[in-house]
Design a binder for this molecule. Structure first.
Ligand code: PGA
Length: 251
């Protein structure tokens, strides 16, 4: 009943010209994949060019972050209304934002509430570091981040939420988690938090993605798990492999 969801996080890669070229290369392959919600998230400066290429297709566009304020003196930031004009989705709370740009559960929550206000679908990222994993704190950290990010979200907006479990140690390392571990965190940690916040019926509707070194070769292992509803893909989203991942989600 949950439609599989595959999003490509391009991070700080591709110029506008390169972004156009990449969309042209993989666009046809992605369009051919049916029954999966497909999203690409290029850097801000390429959003308009990519929006123009994706118009009229079933491939969605997302930003990689946004500020919570409506407008004003926030040099370098991008406001929700600016994102909304071009994008249906926004990635929020990515571990790289938390690690390098000082984002906290509280600022992630402000962004999530701004997304709700502007009816932008947030892809909310949570996940433990290697140290937290090794010291057995995974459940506690993921629970805290999920609860923190979703404070104040309305029950009627909740079904459109997308949560991405991305263990930090698996991001960009080539060391993906296992399907069993992802299922455990999704099914035993994140979904129960969603039940607590929104009740069982709504919690069943919310997609929970796995992210961290997903490739065309390992995607099926994750997608075969009952609580893994798709993937947030970094490195492999810059290649044709992203089409293979979308195909695995459709299978
Ligand atoms: P990766 O990144 O697929 O390159 O590991 C995932 C992410 O950071 O969203």
């Amino acid at each position: 009943m949950r439609i599989p969801f595959v999003a490509g996080n391009w991070k700080m890669n591709k110029t506008v010209a390169e972004a156009r070229e990449l969309v042209s290369t993989m666009g046809a392959g992605l369009k051919a994949v049916k029954g999966v919600e497909k999203v690409i998230c290029p850097p801000y400066v390429s959003l308009l060019a990519v929006a123009n290429l994706l118009g009229g297709t079933d491939i969605g566009l997302g930003a990689q972050n946004m500020h919570w304020e409506e407008k004003g003196a926030f040099t370098g930031e991008v406001a929700p209304a600016m994102v909304k004009e071009l994008c249906k989705y926004v990635i929020l709370g990515h571990s790289e934002r938390r690690q390098y740009f000082g984002e906290t559960d509280e600022t992630v929550n402000k962004r999530v509430l701004a997304a709700q206000k502007h009816a932008i679908i947030p892809i909310v990222c949570v996940g433990e570091t290697l140290d937290e994993n090794k010291s057995g704190q995974t459940a506690e950290v993921v629970r805290r981040q999920t609860l923190g990010a979703l404070q104040g979200v309305d029950a009627d907006f909740a079904p459109s939420l997308v949560i991405a479990y991305e263990p930090v140690w698996a991001i960009g390392t080539g060391l993906a988690s296992s399907g069993d571990n992802a299922q455990h965190v999704h099914g035993q940690v994140i979904r129960p938090v969603l039940v607590e916040l929104f009740g069982p019926e709504t919690a069943e509707k919310i997609r929970i993605l796995y992210g961290g070194s997903v490739t065309g070769a390992n995607a099926a292992e994750f997608f075969s798990q009952p609580d893994v509803d798709g993937a947030l893909v970094g490195g492999a989203s810059l290649k044709d492999d992203f089409v293979a991942i979308a195909q695995a989600a459709a299978a």
